[in-house]
Structures are given as C-alpha cells and as structure tokens.
Design a binder for this molecule. Sequence first.
Ligand SMILES: C[C@H](O)[C@@H](O)[C@@H](O)[C@H](O)C(=O)O
Ligand SMILES: [Mg+2]
Length: 441
Amino acid sequence: MVKQDFTITTYEVRDIRFPTSQHLDGSDAMNKDPDYSAAYVIFYTDDKQVEGHGMTFTCGRGTEVCCSAIDALAGKFINKKLSELIVDMRATHRICTGDSQLRWIGPEKGAIHLATAAVINAIWDLWAKAEGKPLWKLVVDLTPEQFVQAIDFRYITDAITPEEAIELLKQNEAGKAAREAEMREKGYPAYTTSAGWLGYSDDKVRRLCREAKEQGFTHFKQKVGGDKASDIRRAQLIREEIGDEGVLMMDANQVWDVKEAITWMEDLLQFKPHFIEEPTSPDDVLGHAAIRKALYPRTRVATGEHIQNRIIFKQLFQAEAIDFCQIDSCRVAGVNEILSILLMARKFNIPVVPHAGGVGLCEYVQHLSLIDYICVSATTEGRILEFVDHLHEHFLDPVVMKNGKYMTPLAPGYSIQMKRESIEDYTFPEGKVHKELAASK
Ligand SMILES: C[C@H](O)[C@@H](O)[C@@H](O)[C@H](O)C(=O)O
Ligand SMILES: [Mg+2]
C-alpha cells in the first residue's frame, strides 16, 4: 500500500512567529499589523530520516492557542503506522474532526479546525515522503476511488455525492498525463499581492508594481477598505504602473457591511477591478450573494481565506454568492477537506483561486492548484494562484517563481518543512530573534 512504512513515535509543536509587522508586510484594512506565524507540528517516526511536517497559518497573538489545540490532537497519532492511516484517509481525518469531546469546541471551525489542518497536512507530508513524491503527484496518481475515499461527504451530499465525484474524476483521466507534462514544463500562472499591502507608502507600491511587472506578473492585488480617498489614489497609481492591460484585483478583508461594500465598490469600479475579495463577513453567505448581485458583471466577488469549512463553501456555491473560490490550505482541515471543495467548485463551475497571503501558504497551495488542474477542473481558465514574496527562505523546498509562474515542485512531501535553524530562531518567545527583539525594546 505504501512504498515505505513508518510508525509515528513522538511529535513536537512549535509556536513560530516572524516579525513582519515591523515593515507592515501583509497589512490590510482589517489586519493592520500581522506577524506572519505558524502553529507548527512535526511527527517523528521510527525512521530517524523521515518526519511529517505541517503547519497552520496565524497572524501572531493566538498562535499559542492553535499550538495547544494541535497538542490536543497530535497525541492521537502516536504509535500509529502510516500504512494504517492512509488505508482510509476519511477515517484518519475523522480522528481529528470526529472526536466526541473535542468536537464541542468546533465543530469544524475555529482554532481546533486550524489545528486539524496542521496535523492532517503533516500526515499527507509524511505519506508523500514515504512514496518519494511531491504531494500533488501523490494525489494525482490516486485512482478516482482512492481520491474520493479521502473525503468526508457528511453535510455535502446534497451538493455532490461520492458517485458523482468519481464520475467527474473519471472524465478527466484521459488528459491527465498531458496536463501533468504541461505543468512540469510551464508551471502554474500566478498573481502578486505583495506590491499592494495597505501599510506600504505610495512610492513603495509604485516601485513594487514596477518590479513585479519586470518579473513577469500581469495580475496585481490592491488592499482597499481603509480610507476611500486613499483607495482611489492608490488604484490610480497602480493603474498607471500596470496599464490598462494589467489585471487589478481588490481585497477588503471583511471590513464592510453589505450595503457599504456595494457603495464603496461603486466608487472603485472606474479602475476596473477584476474582483472584490472578502467584501464582508466570511460567514455571511447571503450578504455575499447580495453584493454579487448588485455588482455583477461590473466586478466579481471572491472569498475563501476565512471560509471555515466545506459546508460554507457549499452554501456559497448553492447561493451563487461568489465568482472565485479562494481555498485556504490550512483554514479548512487540510488536504482531505480541500479535495471536497475542489470537487464542489468544479461541479458548480467556480474557478479555484487559492489564498496564499501568509507564511508557508504559497508552499502549500502550489500543490493544490496542480491537483485542481491535473485531475479536477482540467482547466486553468479564470484561475490564477496568489503569490506573496515573503519568508520563502525559511523553507527547505521553497517555491520557485519564473516569469510570473509557480514552477512545479518536485521534492518529496508537501514543501512545508522549515529549516531547523529557522524553527529555533523564530520560536516564540524563546528563540534568538524574539530575545533580541525584546532586548531592543
Ligand atoms: C493578513 C494577511 O496578510 C492577509 O492580508 C492576506 O492573507 C490577504 O488577505 C490575501 O489575500 O493574501
Ligand atoms: Mg485576502
């Protein structure tokens, strides 16, 4: 069943924080000073060479809460053999989401769900390493039946059944090899968010847009929703830099009420935004639908980085509330739940445009878009993968960008393993970097 088998012997949880707020990297109208962080888990095995790594993304304070939740889950995997876990990935996923007591502090949402993502992703990382394949390749090589076996269909069978999902995957079998070859050669198209963080000066935004254009990017995201006059000024200067042919996306990070979102966007439509992302609360399915109805087709609506689980995605699709589905690799419960969302998005014909603004998220989502293209949607039309240019140097197998595209990752695993030195230096609060920061204050 698995090329090499291991038994999980112990685990380690780390609270890792990068002080990105110092330069306002990652800042937006809601998250004014994020410190890109990771609640990080390592599963050690009886083979000293092979470890499963996983993390969930956080913004600084609160990482300790997710670490505690990881602690509550990870112990369940001690003494488990990899082969036992992967034979039924649906059951493995339920080890976390189905705990009859822990479930009360979710269910399938909040810190416990973020923690589930870290743990589940670490298991997939271990599995991919055991097979000697990058995660995307492990998944695209599964049979349609095995792919579907990883998914918890509870609460979504009114949108898609396992039988339908298998049928859908089977339809794409024929072209899989050609799409894989294409991706290995050309890579997956990306857009950049790092030119448009809200806390950056106009000059910096201008310079970063220029640099991103030179690097081959054609799609750029601007943060909006702080102050309307400055949104307008900023949109103007970005348009000057990227020209009419450049694609401009806007992201409000949930700051508006429903009506406010519509009126605010009316004033920004002159800049031809491709979409408005997170115009309001991620829980407000009908609010998103109302905003979409008011603005479509002058602009479109995107959301997902704070959509807590497959059930809310299902409702967003059913209510025709969004035009773009921004899956987040560790907001929902890791690879298993992502697969269910990819399938539903395919069924409802909504392009998947993953969220990657954080640490480690680019590393993760490159695999997910490859899975989407090679075996689920079979198209890149309307799809583009987010890229932010921060903190990649801390990973053993960081993303490789060329000409505005993600080059297909080839190393075994889920690309999320951090360098040991980075783990030590940035562990909060006792790592070297945090001690130095505290001393300098
Ligand atoms: C706090 C973060 O940087 C967010 O601003 C970021 O994830 C953003 O919403 C994005 O779309 O990338
Ligand atoms: Mg966003």
